[in-house]
Design a protein around this ligand. Structure first.
Ligand code: ATP
Ligand code: MG
Length: 287
């Protein structure tokens, strides 16, 4: 598996592997590391190189931004790539956007006609311009694209945006959101049966970890009279667990809930008399 050696995706990639029980020793970071407890070797690369390395079969899998997959595809789209996107990983979220100096009155894609646009993502940009029938001049720049307008090299930029802070500090404004991206797990077009079964194991573990990261485990005490209502408030995987407490007429209820519903549910449970509510993180959920 190829992962980014250093940069924005490295830490989350290593953390994801750790979450699924694959520890890799990166204390003395090498080019290649063997996981001691899973038949996996990890290759540390620059993110730009990951799509090619996986497409060439040097690595079977890779963790990389969808933006890099699209950029290395012949038509500037992830679908046009020979790589398979096997999972979206929910980190490294960002987007590729067009931005212009904030004084410009840009009113849509047509504004870019005849303009010079600086970018490190010429393929994705070319595709966008063709889709909008705009002819512009693409200036390919490897780094610090955001300084190109001030340096007089370009009229606009096409670059990665996440918070937008870099644009603002360079006197630019985002005008077209073109390509939403996040980190993805990629695989080559084909794999031996043995490798496919290892990939299936990895996917099974990733899915358990991702599902559990969005859920919380709730434990609370309830008077007997509140149980029926509590079961309606907390529909569980099968049904919530209810256990009698030593104190007569009181029960402990355990349930797993969506984190997004946590505060709403807690308010409802308090209203029917729940006490001593504990909210716990879940490590894995294995259906
Ligand atoms: P490398 O040395 O590996 O080539 P890099 O400098 O090209 O690194 P990073 O800046 O580490 O790349 O970004 C890696 C990926 O992280 C991007 O391709 C993108 O998918 C994602 N990303 C998420 N948020 C941001 C952001 N705010 N700026 C840049 N990249 C981001
Ligand atoms: Mg790079």
């Amino acid at each position: 598996m190829a992962i980014q050696a250093k940069g924005r995706l490295n830490e989350d990639s290593v953390a994801l592997l750790r979450d699924i029980g694959i520890r890799i020793d990166d204390s003395k970071r090498k080019f290649l590391a063997q996981a001691p407890d899973f038949p996996l070797e990890v290759l540390y690369l620059r993110d730009d190189d990951i799509p090619q390395v996986v497409a060439a079969g040097t690595a079977d899998l890779g963790i990389v931004g969808l933006n890099e997959v699209a950029e290395h595809s012949p038509d500037g789209t992830p679908e046009g790539s020979s790589l398979q996107i096997v999972r979206q990983l929910g980190f490294g979220e960002c987007r590729l956007s067009l931005a212009v100096p904030k004084s410009e009155d840009c009113d849509g894609p047509a504004w870019f006609s005849g303009k010079r646009i600086a970018t490190s993502y010429p393929n994705i940009l070319r595709r966008y311009l063709a889709d909008h029938q705009v002819e512009a001049i693409i200036e390919v720049i490897a780094g610090s694209v955001e300084v190109a307008p001030a340096a007089g090299i370009a009229d606009a930029i096409f670059d990665i945006v996440s918070s937008g802070g870099t644009l603002i500090s360079n006197g630019l404004k985002e005008v077209e959101r073109v390509f939403p991206s996040e980190a993805v797990l990629i695989a080559g077009a084909s794999m031996t049966a043995e490798k496919q079964s290892l990939l299936n194991e990895i996917l099974f573990r990733i899915d358990s970890a991702v599902v559990s990261s969005k859920k919380k485990y709730l434990v609370m005490n309830l008077p007997e009279s509140a149980i029926d209502e509590a079961v309606v408030i907390l529909p569980a995987m099968r049904s919530p667990t209810i256990m009698p407490l030593a104190a007569k007429g009181w029960y402990a209820m355990h349930a797993v809930i969506e984190e997004s519903l946590l505060w709403q549910k807690v308010r409802q449970l308090k209203a029917i008399g729940a006490e001593g509510i504990l909210v716990l993180s879940i490590d894995k959920i294995i259906p």
